[in-house]
Design a protein around this ligand. Structure first.
Ligand SMILES: Cc1cc2nc3c(=O)[nH]c(=O)nc-3n(C[C@H](O)[C@H](O)[C@H](O)COP(=O)(O)O)c2cc1C
Length: 191
């Protein structure tokens, strides 16, 4: 069951029980991520279950990885994004093909593609967290080594990891002082 209170109390967890995520919950989160909005319908992101690679040098130094039963990798291809965006633009204008390069629309193609990773990952993690699953985003890993060792599909690059599972109630590995900013300093009504 998806519960808003799970999100209102969400925190990053770095110590997990060995219990696996229920396949139905996981499938829902994957499908939500698949449906996540992307700029120009570019869909440049793929999601890979890389749980069996947790002991590899590109990721094993991360604390959360040591106990997490699941490891998900978001990889991105600016090239695939551009191809999809062109198709989207062609459909919108009724043309058979669009010649405009994406660089004429977006300042930096990799940065543009990366934004889609973060949004897709947020949809994925939020769905899991609403269902009571915890996790830790990990950007601190050797992305080029991961890309090479995992032999990712052509033109895709490793970008972001989400280590997921159920929080160990004895010690969830979270940071005590996780609220460094008051709500009033975050939200400005009637600005
Ligand atoms: C984009 C992103 C990258 C992160 N990378 C790492 C990481 O490499 N290693 C790690 O232990 N935690 C990582 N974190 C987790 C943060 O340290 C954590 O979210 C932060 O301490 C705030 O805690 P909270 O999520 O409980 O509010 C990352 C979080 C985000 C959003």
């Amino acid at each position: 069951m998806l519960e808003l209170k799970n999100l209102l109390n969400r925190k990053t967890v770095k110590n997990f029980l060995s219990e696996k995520i229920n396949p139905e919950i996981l499938e829902n989160a994957i499908r939500v991520a698949w449906h996540a909005p992307t700029s120009l319908n570019s869909k440049p992101v793929i999601l890979l279950d890389v749980s069996k690679h947790k002991n590899e040098t590109w990721i094993s130094h991360q604390v959360a990885v040591q106990t997490a039963p699941h490891l998900f990798l978001f990889a991105v291809s600016p090239e695939a994004g551009e191809i999809n965006a062109r198709k989207f633009l062609a459909k919108r204008t009724g043309e058979t093909s669009v010649n405009v390069t994406i660089q004429k629309i977006v300042a930096n193609r990799m940065e543009w593609a990366r934004q889609q990773v973060y949004l897709t990952a947020a949809y994925f993690a939020t769905t899991l967290e609403a269902a009571g699953v915890s996790g830790c985003f990990i950007a601190g890993f050797n992305k080029s080594e991961a890309t090479e060792k995992l032999n990712l599909p052509e033109s895709y690059q490793a970008e972001l990891i989400f280590a997921a599972g159920f929080a160990n109630p004895e010690n969830d590995g979270s940071t005590e002082t996780n609220f460094v900013r008051e709500f009033n300093d975050f939200y400005f009504p009637n600005f």
